[in-house]
Design a protein around this ligand. Sequence first.
Ligand SMILES: Nc1ncnc2c1ncn2[C@@H]1O[C@H](COP(=O)(O)OP(=O)(O)OP(=O)(O)O)[C@@H](O)[C@H]1O
Length: 499
Amino acid sequence: MAETILKMSNIEKSFNGINVLNQVDFEVEKGEVHALMGGNGAGKSTLMKILTGIYELDGGTIEIDGKEHILKNTTDAEDAGISMIFQEFSLIPKFSVAKNIYLNREPRNKFGMIDDKKMVKDSEAIIKELELKIPPREIVENISVGYWQMTEIAKALSKGTKILIMDEPTSTLTKTETEVLFKIIKKLKSSGITIIYISHRMDEIFQICDRITVLRNGKNVVTKNSTDMTMEEVINSIIGGSMRSSFEWVERETSDDRKPLLEVEKLKSGHRVNDVSFTLFAGEILGMAGLMGSGRSETVRAIFGIEPIESGRILVRGEHVNIPSPDQAIKLGIGLVPEDRRSQGLVLGHSVKENTILPSLKKVSKKNLIQNKIANEKVERLVAKLKIKTDDIYKEASLLSGGNQQKIVLAKWLLNDTDILILDEPTSGVDIGAKTDIIEIIREIADLGKAVLVISSEMTELLAMSDRVLVMKDGVVTNSLERKRIESEEEVERAIQNE
Ligand SMILES: Nc1ncnc2c1ncn2[C@@H]1O[C@H](COP(=O)(O)OP(=O)(O)OP(=O)(O)O)[C@@H](O)[C@H]1O
């Protein structure tokens, strides 16, 4: 008989009188990988923040190993054997791997000094247990982001974690790193550690999770073995209905005399962008495929004036331009939805409305005064269209769920009505329903004659929306594939690997 390690019963939580979790039950068995799923704003993070002592519950009980626990703070949760790895890692980049693993819990010698040798030795033992090759003395900022995640796992293990919560752990990982992570998860599982796994990526869930719980609007919808559920059933539980299939590619009409809106010639920038040339036409959706580190994000950052250009030319509407800053890019009608939206795309202390109208202030103002009626209407329309879950448009962005924050950044550029829209991983972190909405919106924008350049590591989505796919490898555009000639995802994967 499977042993229950965690039993959360009748959990209630409200913020400012608004109910976010309503009588939620969540039961997890020892040694299983349990997927916690749900749309953006469904309450997953809130439930997990209660379990990790970040938020206090308003009602309900938490039993760990059959014993009721009151988790008033994060120390209580850690003492009960619970750790969470957040999407924004908690590591200190300037410290070594070992120091990060034992931060504030450093082993000390008899004189009360930090015992560096023991710290490195103990870290080494944990890293070895995970069958990883990370030098414990290496400074964290010098190791790849994929290893940051592994360092976080090592840190959790060093604390004697019994239940490890992972929040979209693969969103920053390459394919190979994801495979390593899955191997580690299997290893942890076999040593009796329980994993709660939050992700919006369906294929992963079915690959590594034993059971699935879906929340919708702060309520339980279903808990089942993953083998007893189909992908469609999971999707339908998440969105509360059946989904139109929008991951299917539809050939869009393109005219032969389309004008090039953006031309990039032999672009070189930093050490990641070596020789990038391509043309983006009006009305086109151009996808960019490549491995992490292939220079895709750096290319668009250089075009948007964030990174300096060393050589090469950029032409906008046929004219040679200099783009020394994002301000200049915006003036030329270029918009960028960045990959790291939390730090680059949003002012977290400002409201949904303020964030959305930020790049379009001129468009919603008269004599430097914001026309609130017009601005509100526009923002409300976008909030509805993108299904942004917020009480109203005045809610502070920091109080929205992660996926809904992502949607605000998208809304901001949609409102700005730019001619050339660049999207870096637009669907990362958003739920399955919103993904299809975003793909549809991208199609609508291109249908208006605007040009869209979109980077995505999720091949299914990239192929669902692109008219043409550029392949990047080692800072060079190595291929340009017409979507209608692409027969399978594998074909593009092979081009990416340059096989
Ligand atoms: N501190 C807070 N104050 C007010 N509202 C909050 C706060 N934290 C969360 N919320 C609200 O609670 C709801 C649930 O958010 P939560 O972050 O738990 O969603 P989620 O399921 O994790 O979503 P995502 O998939 O987007 O990460 C959202 O509507 C959010 O705006």
